[in-house]
Design a protein around this ligand. Structure first.
Ligand code: 6PG
Length: 246
């Protein structure tokens, strides 16, 4: 496998391990060492990034994440307690925050409560307002947003057939996902689009069909609004990319 050009927007790696290593290297390149400016990183959830976070907690990546003022945010969260097995915060805490000893002031969990979702969304917006620079439309600018892809084409918790897809005013939006019968909190598209960079991490044969729908059939799926473009990178393993032509 020849290494793709460093600024190619779509990278395909032989396996999940090389994919994670490439993502870890890409993230650490973006965290400009030594300038001591806060780096605001939004984490994705689900199962795919677990091995990436575990890798980031090892040398040489851990030194970059601990030696620079990296702030850890979340692209979305399930409306469950922070110690629930489905919690994205719990997964990041176990794989990244605790192993790296990240101080609490650099960790920004979403705190969705099924009975108070609008309040939870507003609270996260206030935290974004306080901590992040704004672009010329007044939107908070993450330095890097990690994103995953669901088999239905959702990313973050912007699921098909939900009102969240059309949210253009709020930065953080509650989403009720019928098929999961559960609430989620998600960054909205305007905030994802305002980030300096987006990095999709997609692995496994289970994503080959949705990758084909997005890249070959150009189906209007939620993640299709963020296809490879300037500052939007897609990193796939061969299994997820198997239906793409060479
Ligand atoms: C979440 C994620 C979500 C995830 C996709 C893929 O909270 O579930 O943010 O967008 O990235 O559902 O999940 P897997 O990596 O588990 O396939």
């Amino acid at each position: 496998m020849t290494e793709p050009h460093s600024e190619d927007l779509l990278h395909i790696y032989p396996d999940a391990q090389s994919l994670c290593q490439a993502c870890a290297e890409h993230i650490c390149r973006r965290i400009a060492p030594g300038d001591q400016q806060p780096f605001h990183l939004a984490l994705s959830g689900g199962s795919t990034p677990r091995s990436l976070y575990q890798r980031l907690a090892t040398a040489p990546y851990r030194e970059t994440l601990t030696g620079n003022p990296v702030h850890f945010w979340f692209g979305d969260e399930r409306a469950v307690p922070p110690d629930h097995p489905d919690s994205n915060y719990r997964m990041a805490r176990e794989t990244l925050f605790e192993p790296l000893g990240i101080p609490a002031e650099r960790i920004h969990p979403m705190r969705p409560l099924p009975e108070a979702m609008p309040g939870a969304a507003s609270a996260y917006e206030r935290e974004l307002e306080q901590c992040l620079d704004k672009n010329d439309q007044g939107l908070p600018r993450f330095d890097l947003v990690l994103l995953g892809l669901g088999p239905d084409g959702h990313t973050a918790s912007l699921f098909p057939d939900t009102d969240a897809l059309e949210e253009r005013h709020h930065w953080v939006t509650p989403v009720y996902v019928d098929k999961l019968a559960s609430w989620r909190l998600s960054l909205s598209f305007p905030v994802l689009e305002a980030a300096r960079e987006r990095l999709f991490l997609v692995a496994g044969a289970g994503k080959a069909d949705v990758i084909r729908q997005l890249f070959i059939e150009h189906r209007p799926l939620p993640a299709g609004r963020l296809l490879p473009s300037a500052d939007t990178f897609w990193f796939l393993d061969q299994a997820a990319a198997r239906e793409l032509s060479s």
